[in-house]
Write a protein that binds this ligand. Structure first.
Ligand SMILES: [Zn+2]
Length: 435
């Protein structure tokens, strides 16, 4: 298949790739290890970050008790906002600055872990907020040095944020999502306890599992690292370095696990074993996209979630319109993979097969259609909205969606095919509905 030559050298392209491994401890009950890991990392006074919903659930109590039992001074911050903004990042950073902490522990989904990364950053190296935010929206300045140690405890099977140096937020003034990306933001330790997934509502599992699926698919089909223009200095090689042999390993296994476990994890009432497998897939896909980077489905998702009007999915807090991250990503995915397949058809076909598609009689010319149809079948089986139309958008919104997403160059430049502004509008149009 064409993918054997995927990393062939190119003029001006990078000849090397980096392996940034995450320190992860995975298994039932590992939340109770938090105290010992924190003490081993030299923490004495800890900011324990979570959100209001999670603050009253057992996961946070287990972590807090473990920290206290290890002799640590613990101060709880439960003001993290789901789908954080620059304002909520800054509020957490103020708390962090005033608290004089020597370590951080986060318990929650991507919003909590990302907020904790940002609070650690701005408390350690104070600066104007936009200084470290991705260019061209922000200054894109490198983080000056190491941050305080951060132990991340994910409670959903989606974001993989415990494995990455990425923190995503809504920049309110622009109504657009963007982020801060640096190896320095990567948590010192991830404690991944798969039993956290057992009590999640079905819709939350579906949305977060599709986030995992798209992390793996986007990393596997990203522009190869060897075609990305080499950085000015080796130390500036980006975290989103493109597809590479290391990220491929995690993508492959994550996609196989998703193909076998995703639908049962959502639809079966006692699908605990399947949910545990999704948590492992999320960790693997997190390691993969933390080393390769996502591309267009994530780039497009930022305006799908940022411009939400009145969509309110079941299983999420009532009263606030929201397109959950995983949903805002997957509604774009079939449209994108139909478009990107010609760039690396073999990879699209392989991925479809791992997800469970029947590849008999399928050739490279069918790759985009086969992969898109497999994703669509999984969306239908798990009750996910039918494209961007299913979360409230119509033809009249395409211009605003395109304008909102197009500045996400970090992501679109990581796609295996060039995406102009007109192409992007076309991708949204093709994502309006799938069935
Ligand atoms: Zn994601």
């Amino acid at each position: 298949m064409a993918c054997c030559h995927y990393f062939a050298p190119s003029d001006g392209g990078d000849t090397a790739f980096s392996v940034d491994a995450s320190a992860i401890t995975f298994g039932p009950g590992v939340l109770s290890e938090a105290g010992d890991h924190a003490a081993a990392l030299g923490m004495r006074r800890v900011a324990l970050m979570t959100d209001k919903t999670l603050a009253v659930l057992p996961h946070v109590a287990i972590v807090r008790d473990s920290l206290i039992a290890a002799g640590l001074d613990v101060v709880l911050y439960d003001e993290v906002q789901v789908e954080p903004t620059d304002e909520s990042f800054l509020a957490a950073a103020r708390f962090a600055s005033e608290g004089d902490f020597d370590g951080y522990v986060s318990v929650g989904g991507g919003s909590v872990i990302d907020t904790c990364k940002a609070a650690n950053l701005y408390a350690t190296y104070p600066a104007d907020f936009l200084t470290y935010v991705n260019a061209p929206i922000g200054g894109g300045q490198p983080v000056p040095g190491p941050l305080k140690p951060h132990i991340a405890c994910p409670t959903t099977c989606g974001t993989g944020s415990e494995c990455t140096g990425i923190a995503i937020f809504d920049l309110l003034a622009m109504r657009a999502k963007t982020g801060i990306v640096s190896r320095r933001l990567r948590p010192a330790q991830g404690l991944v306890d798969p039993t956290c997934t057992e009590t999640l509502p079905k819709n939350v599992v579906a949305a977060s599992a599709f986030d995992v699926l798209s992390h793996a698919l986007e990393s596997y089909t990203a522009l190869p690292h060897s075609q990305r223009v080499v950085a000015k200095r080796p130390s500036l090689r980006p975290l989103s370095q493109g597809a590479n042999p290391w990220s491929d390993l995690g993508c492959r296994e994550a996609l196989r696990l998703l193909g076998r476990n995703m639908v049962p994890a959502v639809v079966e009432t006692d699908g605990h074993a399947a949910r545990h497998q999704l948590m492992w897939a999320a960790t693997l896909a997190g390691i993969a996209f933390g080393n390769a980077g996502c591309h267009a489905p994530h780039g497009m998702s930022y305006s799908v979630s940022g411009l939400v009007r009145d969509f309110q999915p079941a299983g999420y807090p009532v009263g606030t319109p929201i397109v959950p991250h995983g949903m805002s990503v997957i509604v774009n995915a079939p449209s994108v993979f139909r478009y990107t397949a010609p760039a690396c058809a073999g990879r699209h076909l392989e991925a479809a097969g791992w997800l469970g598609a029947d590849l008999r009689g399928a050739g490279e010319a069918d790759a985009g259609e086969v992969l898109a149809n497999q994703i669509i079948a999984m969306m239908k089986a798990t009750g996910v909205p039918n494209g961007i139309g299913g979360v409230g958008y119509g033809e009249a919104d395409i211009e605003a969606l395109t304008d909102g997403a197009f500045p996400q160059r970090r992501l679109f430049d990581n796609a295996p095919r060039n995406i102009s502004k007109d192409d992007l509008a076309g991708l949204y149009r093709s994502a309006l509905s799938y069935w």
